[in-house]
Write a new protein. Structure first.
Length: 602
């Protein structure tokens, strides 16, 4: 016989209660002056023996009642013959460690409860039973990939599972579990509907063990983005955060924006049930150093803190340090378009001049690039620099095909006479932010010559031909302008687009480092899967339900219903005996002294 809740056996200590009450409530002797004791002694002799027997029996019944209730609470089970209970078992334990399992219920998370339940299944196995252990998030992680009888290793693997910020994918986890050839699969999860990305495939016996069935209201910051491309100390920074309420109750919270752990603005948020809203925010950029500052949009903490915060990066404006490499005087208009006095060198010096420390290098009308210059440009780009290339009449277009960081150049051709209509192909690109939009279109371009370029991303076209092309190399960026920096290919340097475009290239610096990883917001919706969508799957809730299930699987018959029935019978017997004893004592206490006295007087 086993007990599913052996700690309830401590309730047997309650047997001391009826014994203590019995001893404390012993009948006290009260002395009453009386004329003669002859009739009282007759009554006492008649009731003393039966009274002692009834009192002892009453005490035993009360102790038995306490004992039966304590034993029933410990839920004893009795082994019976069963094919599943006697044969060695093969079990795969799959624990969901995705972000949603961090939901707190009381003093523990659902993952804490899942680990305890997995250990309960492990404790239920016999020494010859085999077990495999897997963790389930956005991918299956086999911790013990093959069936083993080493239960100690399985216990250690279960204890080492920690919550991740990933999103659950139960289909992958169950596929990996079936590869272990386990006949039984236990999935410990909150059974979130978003985790079932594909329908359940038929296979081994699947049991879903849920930590609880409690309601799971939740709110999350779904995303946060800056509308300001870069910031200076004291300049305003604007952005927007999306807050969603996954609850049937209204949400009243506060959106707080932090920079480097310091709050810079707070804004109240009120949402209706199951609603979301874009919350705009604005703050003044404090003094900061470096290329970027880590920021976070967060709401007041709830039971699932992982999605109450969304990380982002605020790029800081860096004064450009520009190097112009020119053929002849091709960089004249570039120098005029830039603030300060950018350094200018002839193309013959590029092989020997160090380029470290520059934020951007403009190549104007070069005849070509030597192997040494190409290697230098590759290293410059890998370090996060920006290269802007303007071809010209002296440029060997065909020789550029060996330069890997540039798009492939074709033939040079003459477009139709007149200004070429332009079209912005990527309006969201920072190059066009706050300068050109639908209300202020990019102007027509006076081009007399253009090259055919293949590859890269076309940001702007002129006359249907790529005019501004962007590529990346390492952490850096490359811009190719399909025009000369002087006037050999047209009057683009004199057009109203030249100055703002060059300045935007300088302002739009290399992308900042990525923000710290955010948890998958697909985990924020904690609604569970409809059991009807999981046919043939047993869904168990809580540790008590799991232990009952394990008892039935192992072939154990529950004894606590019988004990409860016996407790009821004992209670009825104790009640009957107590009433009878009280009635007998009341009848015995009535002594007909008047009638006896009359007889004695005759």
């Amino acid at each position: 016989m086993w007990f599913l809740s052996p700690w309830m056996l401590y309730g047997l200590g309650g047997l001391a209660a009826p014994i203590f009450i019995h001893l404390w409530k012993r009948r006290r002797v009260i002395q009453v002056p009386f004329g003669t004791l002859r009739f009282l002694k007759i009554a006492q002799a008649r009731t003393r023996r039966s009274s002692r027997i009834e009192n002892v029996l009453l005490l035993l019944l009360r102790c038995a009642l306490f004992a039966l209730l304590a034993l029933a609470a410990a839920r004893p089970v009795l082994a019976r013959k069963s094919s599943l209970g006697s044969a060695p078992r093969s079990v795969a334990l799959v624990l969901d460690d995705s972000m949603s399992m961090g939901y707190r219920t009381g003093e523990q998370t659902r993952l804490d409860a899942a680990r305890k339940e997995a250990l309960a299944v492990l404790d239920n196995l016999k020494a010859a039973d085999q077990v495999a252990v897997l963790a389930a998030n956005d991918r299956a992680e086999p911790l013990i990939p093959e069936l083993t009888v080493d239960h100690a290793a399985a216990r250690k693997a279960i204890g080492g599972i920690r919550q991740t910020d990933g999103r659950a994918d139960f289909s992958q986890a169950l596929t990996a579990a079936r590869k272990t050839n386990a006949r039984e699969i236990y999935l410990f999860t909150d059974n979130q509907a978003n985790g079932w990305r594909t329908p359940l495939a038929p296979g081994a016996n699947l049991v879903i063990v849920k930590p609880d069935d409690l309601p799971s209201p939740n709110a999350a910051v779904m995303k946060a983005a800056l509308l300001t491309p870069f910031a200076n100390a004291g300049s305003p920074v604007q952005g927007v955060a999306t807050v969603e309420n996954f609850s049937s109750d209204p949400l009243h919270t506060v959106l707080e924006i932090d920079l480097a752990g310091v709050s810079v603005t707070r804004k109240p948020v009120d949402l209706g049930p199951n609603a979301s809203a874009d919350v705009p925010f604005e703050f003044e950029m404090p003094a900061a150093t470096g290329k970027s500052v880590a920021g976070a949009a967060k709401i007041e903490a709830d039971n699932l803190p992982a999605d109450d915060l969304f990380n982002f990066i605020v790029p800081l404006y860096q004064p450009p340090n520009v190097l112009i490499v020119e053929n002849g005087n091709a960089g004249f208009y570039l120098r005029k378009a830039m603030e300060g006095a950018p350094r200018t060198i002839p193309e013959t010096d590029l092989d020997d001049v160090p380029v470290e420390g520059y934020s951007a290098i403009f190549l104007a009308g070069l005849t070509g690039l030597s192997d040494r210059a190409v290697v230098k440009m590759d290293r410059f780009l890998d370090a996060g620099g920006t290269v802007v290339f303007f071809p010209g009449d002296a440029t060997n277009i065909g020789g550029l095909s060996r330069v890997d960081f540039l798009p492939k150049a074709g033939a040079v051709r003459d477009p139709p006479a007149g200004r070429l209509s332009s079209r912005v192909e990527d309006p969201a690109n920072p190059l066009f932010a706050n300068v050109w939009d639908d209300a202020t279109p990019f102007p027509a371009l006076p081009q007399t010559r253009m090259a055919d370029w293949n590859g890269g991303k076309t940001l702007l076209t002129a006359g249907g031909v790529p005019f501004l092309i962007s590529t990346s190399r390492g952490a850096g960026r490359v811009f190719v302008v399909n025009a000369s920096a002087d006037r050999t290919w047209g009057d683009f340097p004199l057009s109203p687009a030249f100055l703002p475009l060059v300045q935007q290239m300088l302002r739009t610096q290399a992308p900042p480092p990525p923000a710290p990883a955010n948890s998958d917001r697909g985990e924020s919706d904690l609604r569970t899967m409809d059991p009807a969508a999981l046919p043939g799957v047993d869904i168990i809730t809580g540790m008590d339900g799991l232990k009952t299930w394990l008892a039935s699987v192992r072939g154990l018959s529950p004894l606590w219903p019988l004990l409860l029935l016996l407790a009821l019978v004992v209670f009825l017997a104790e009640t009957f005996l107590a009433n009878r004893l009280a009635r007998n004592r009341a009848e015995t206490g009535r002594i007909q002294t008047g009638r006896l006295n009359k007889r004695s007087m005759r």
